[in-house]
Design a protein around this ligand. Sequence first.
Ligand SMILES: [Zn+2]
Length: 116
Amino acid sequence: MALLHPSTRRLREWLETPPGAEPDAGVEEHVSHCERCADELEALDATAEVGVGETSEVRVALQEVLAPPTGLEQRMEDRIEAALLARRDLKLLAGLMGVSIETTRLLMEPPEEPRS
Ligand SMILES: [Zn+2]
């Protein structure tokens, strides 16, 4: 009776067993007759493949677009990084104050001129 399902982490480790290394025989045994874990394994495999594929495709596309003018890539990276940092700071500030980002933005706006 193999009623004890391996953890997701164990499944992932088995899935990522490098070639030449000994795979987890227990997981292999279990998955071969447990539909639930086989399904989970399939899902893990799918997400892993999509993740890797997307990353490399995006990276290749970026390199093609950004390659020719020297310095442009670095400048864009700096700008993107600065934008991300500013966003993160705003989020952090919102978190500390316990309010939404929209509210934080409103608070950071200069006060309106009093109506006459
Ligand atoms: Zn199972």
